[in-house]
Design a binder for this molecule. Structure first.
Ligand code: OSB
Ligand code: MG
Length: 378
């Protein structure tokens, strides 16, 4: 037998990492059932390899009010564990890097920050757009919009504004005492728009009778009505409601996604790469949902242009058949930290062109908005 030597594949070496902490004020406070956001404070990670740079931002909140992760814990883990583990090392592809991080429990958003920056770097090393290495196609995606909690009059005005801008789906945040009357008023004023609601986990099964009233309002879906870490109760609620349930918070692993699909707990899945722990897992969720004939869409976390560009590329995959929360950056920030303008036109968001995520940092403004910065060398 001739000896077969294992082919050596090109490896991508991470020469250096830079971790910034950035603060961007929001133009308008964003109110959801769990609290109000006034600004975004986030880790911005740059991975360097030769002439290439890969970028990603973290979306964990300062306090554990959306998921269990927090910004201080993420910063500590990045500095003390994840970045020292990968700097100076070489990886054949993003899956190889993901494998190194995956044995650590939890902290999906923190691990995703590292993995997403590496995907951008890897795509750039191959001179391919991120969408191409992820398996997506097309020049533009449908844009939806997520509107925070406000009065009925204020919400009516914001719906009218965004509807006239051409957004393909409008999502209203709801909470107890701010639900049926509000959604009914919007539906009466806009009988034909594609409308959904997002409860951010603020109801229980005891509210099933109330939630069933939404069945008359022709919603595309109701997002995460029940507990952030529960799938079973969603399956029970789905049996009692006509409106499709869309799961967000509780889809934090491929297993959670599979169990939700198997039990009919969610007829729509919101995919956020950060919540999945990275693209590798997000892609498996995407494929699994497709196998169950369940549509997915890309969720948002009020990202700066870096995270927004990542979301746009992901949204070009074939089972992203519903408009995502990928709206114009100018809705959130007076100025973005990237040079390119990520703005929707007639409800469509163009995919940034070029290798990787296809956007470049506005270094001057970024420096102005950077709270701290640390470099990690081999
Ligand atoms: O539940 O999708 C959510 C923002 C922060 C935390 C959770 C959520 C959201 C959004 C905003 O809905 C989506 C966006 O415009 O980026
Ligand atoms: Mg949500």
């Amino acid at each position: 037998m001739p000896e077969i030597s294992k082919p050596t594949r090109p490896q991508l070496t991470i020469d250096r990492a830079e971790l910034r902490l950035v603060r961007l004020p929001l133009l308008n406070p964003f109110v959801i059932s769990t609290g109000t956001m006034y600004d975004r404070i986030f880790p911005l990670l740059t991975l360097y390899s030769g002439a290439h740079q890969g970028y990603a931002e973290g979306v964990m909140d300062p306090l554990p009010d959306y998921l269990g992760e927090t910004l201080p814990a993420a910063m500590a883990l990045l500095k003390d564990l994840f970045l020292p583990m990968i700097v100076g090392k070489s990886f054949e592809n993003p899956a190889a890097l993901g494998k190194l991080l995956s044995p650590w429990r939890g902290h999906q958003m923190t691990k995703a920050t590292v993995e997403m920056a590496f995907w951008d770097l890897w795509a750039k090393s191959l001179d391919l757009p991120l969408q191409t290495v992820l398996g997506g196609t097309g020049d533009a995606i449908d844009a939806g919009v997520s509107l925070g909690i406000g009065s009925i009059d204020d919400t009516l005005a914001r719906v009218a504004d965004h509807h006239s801008q051409g957004y393909k789906r409008i999502k209203l945040k709801i909470k107890p005492g701010h639900d049926i009357t509000l959604v009914r008023a919007i539906r009466e004023a806009f009988p034909d728009i594609r409308l959904s609601v997002d409860a951010n986990a603020c109801y229980t099964l005891a509210d099933a009778t109330l939630l069933r009233k939404l069945d008359d309002l022709a919603l595309d879906y109701i997002e995460q009505p029940l507990a952030w870490d529960d799938i079973r109760d969603h399956a029970i609620l789905q049996k009692r409601m006509k409106t499709p349930i869309c799961l967000d918070e509780c889809i934090n692993s491929v297993r959670a996604c599979r169990q939700a699909l198997q039990t009919d707990a969610g007829r729509v899945i919101n995919i956020k790469v950060a919540r999945a722990g990275g693209y590798y897992t997000a892609l498996q969720m995407h494929d699994l949902a497709a196998a169950f004939d369940v549509p997915v869409w890309c969720g948002g976390m009020l990202e700066s242009g870096i995270g927004r560009a990542h979301n746009i590329h992901l949204s070009t995959l074939p089972n992203f058949t519903k408009p995502g929360d990928v709206s114009s950056a100018s809705r959130y920030f007076a100025r973005d930290i990237i040079v390119e303008k990520l703005e929707a036109t007639d409800g469509r968001m163009a995919v940034p062109k070029g290798a990787g995520i296809g956007v470049t940092l506005d270094e001057n403004y970024l420096t102005e908005m950077t709270l701290s910065s640390e470099s990690f060398c081999a």
